[in-house]
Design a protein. Sequence first.
Length: 169
Amino acid sequence: MILRFERLLFSLPHPLINSRIRCKIVQRWGAKVGSGVSIARKARFFNSPNIQIGNNTAIEDCFLQAWAAISIGNNVIINEDAKLLTGNHNLHTPNFEGKLLPITIEDYAWIATSAIVLGGVTVGRGAVVGAGAIVRENVPPLGIVIGNPAQLVGFRRCSDFNYNPSRES
């Protein structure tokens, strides 16, 4: 009963329930949430105890499916409709067994709108995953990937970051 109430409370419009309260609710569900984190009201968390979010990170209306660990660093941006999916199936076995692989998003990374990051992937420090990209391999630090499957198209020219995305959201 309390869990249903918390889920309802979590999704109420912004003026009634602010991001700080949503962070507290996600922590009650078992996630580890750093300070200064901003969580949008339509963000969805599945298996919260496997989720760790660093400081000053902005989580927009996205979906985090944490069958395995999801580790999100400091000052990360995860935009609307992005998905982090740790669960999969082994297609080459007779029993179609589950395959669970962690996801790591390092500091200052940006996961753009409608991007999908699959299990076993590390998105490096300051890397950018373009809108709609499907990432199934690691993204190097400062790397910029786009497309399906995501392809490396370049690198960010700046590496001395100091922005706080949760303050800007």
